[in-house]
Write a protein that binds this ligand. Structure first.
Ligand SMILES: *Cc1c(COP(=O)(O)O)cnc(C)c1O
Length: 385
């Protein structure tokens, strides 16, 4: 999106606020319509010149959402899915049976469990490594066999930071693709493609939409090509598309993305710094703290802030952590993240059986309420007992 008078590219804040400056050519409306149609008219000569055939392949309401994500990520093309999991599994389902992938130990738990169960049943071979340590990644990559390296940074729920440039360099040298789950960083703070990644994933359910009222996922490709078209075919074949209303709400949510992410990041840093000194808190896991092991890489890779996600470990173990969560009043005890309202959860309870998350850990998704109110509520919740 360019300034007509100067030819200068607008800043991404401006592109997001105006959703690419879209204007309806006929009505001059500045908000796009929703197209519920699942089918499209064939031309009299039996062609489909519109490029649209049936709603399981795409929908005109997707165009603006996909173009906006592409612009914010600096990619070549994006695709919208029914959820983050639909987008992530489409990547793995587009590989061949027997392909080798390298995935992180610490990552979004439902995706790791899918890779270990359904993925394995369909012949995927996965090495699970500490992705924050490039030496471990280098050891796990098998040249000629590894097709994909999966990165999540900062990674759920310990917020470990992976050096995207370093992992991308290792993967490229072995002919493997890199897909970065950038849900928690958002395009406001990290653009994985600029650091060498091939694909970027978002659970758009989280920050991109930002209001806890849409399930959606996106993939963005650094470049188009055979693998990208295979993912497009997978989406159409298994029907893992978002609905047009969700696509429309997502565009509306993305207009305020920069404001929301910056406000949440500022509050999260203030909360992290305060809790780090709290006697009831064993440790604070937040990439913005200089004491955090991934801080140096995060400071290089993230644009001036560290996001709205942090975790705290409570002295006294699981029971004490659950009691702290039970006493909040402004924070909402709920899973998910990236919405305008602040959420707190005992993560091990959500992940259930087999979770390796420390039992004393509470995950915090910082919203856009007044920082003062958020801190006061945590202070009183921690002061109980
Ligand atoms: C929520 C989440 C997902 C899955 O997204 P859904 O929209 O819930 O399917 C994937 N990765 C991360 C990091 C997430 O937080």
């Amino acid at each position: 999106m360019r300034d007509d008078s100067t030819g200068r590219e607008f800043a991404r804040e401006s592109i997001a606020a105006q959703a690419l400056g879209w204007v309806d050519p006929e009505t001059r409306a500045i908000v796009a319509p929703i197209h519920p149609s699942t089918t499209f008219l064939r031309d009299p000569d039996n062609q489909y010149r519109s490029g649209r055939v049936y709603g399981r392949s795409d929908n005109p309401t997707f165009d603006q959402a996909e173009a906006l994500v592409t612009a914010l990520e600096g990619g070549a093309s994006s695709m919208l899915f029914a959820s983050g999991m639909a987008a992530a599994t489409a990547v793995f389902l587009s590989l061949e049976a027997g392909d080798h992938v390298v995935v992180p130990e610490a990552m979004y738990c439902s995706l790791q469990s899918w890779i270990r169960s359904a993925g394995a049943r369909f012949g995927l071979r996965a090495s699970i490594v500490d992705m924050t340590d490039p030496r471990e990644v280098a050891k796990a990559i098998v040249p000629g066999e590894t097709r994909l390296v999966w990165v999540e940074t900062p990674a759920n729920p310990l917020w470990g930071v992976t050096d995207i440039a370093e992992v991308s360099r290792l993967a490229r040298a072995a002919g493997a693709l890199v897909c970065v789950d950038s849900t928690s960083a958002t395009p406001v703070l990290t653009r994985p493609i600029d650091w060498g990644a091939d694909l970027v994933l978002h659970s758009a359910t989280k920050y991109l939409n930002g209001h806890s009222d849409v399930l959606a996922g996106t993939l963005t490709a650094a470049r188009e090509g055979d693998f990208w078209e295979r993912i497009r075919a997978t989406r159409s074949q298994i029907g893992s598309l978002a609905g047009p209303f969700e696509a429309w709400l997502l565009v509306r949510g993305m207009r305020t993305l920069f404001l929301r992410v910056r406000a949440a990041s500022a509050s999260a840093l203030a909360i992290a710094e305060r809790l780090e000194r709290h006697p009831r808190v064993l440790s604070v896991l937040y990439p913005g703290l200089s004491s955090f092991p991934g801080h140096v890489v995060a400071a290089r890779q993230m644009d001036g802030a560290f996001g709205g996600m942090l975790s705290i470990r409570i002295r006294g173990g699981e029971a004490a952590a659950v009691r702290v969560a039970s006493r909040v009043s402004l924070w909402k005890r709920a899973t998910s993240l990236g919405g305008v309202e602040s959420l707190i959860e005992h993560r091990a309870s959500v992940e259930g059986e087999g979770s390796r998350v420390p039992k004393d850990l509470l995950r915090l998704s910082v919203g856009i309420e007044a920082t003062r109110d958020l801190i006061a509520d945590l202070d009183q919740a921690l002061a109980g007992d």
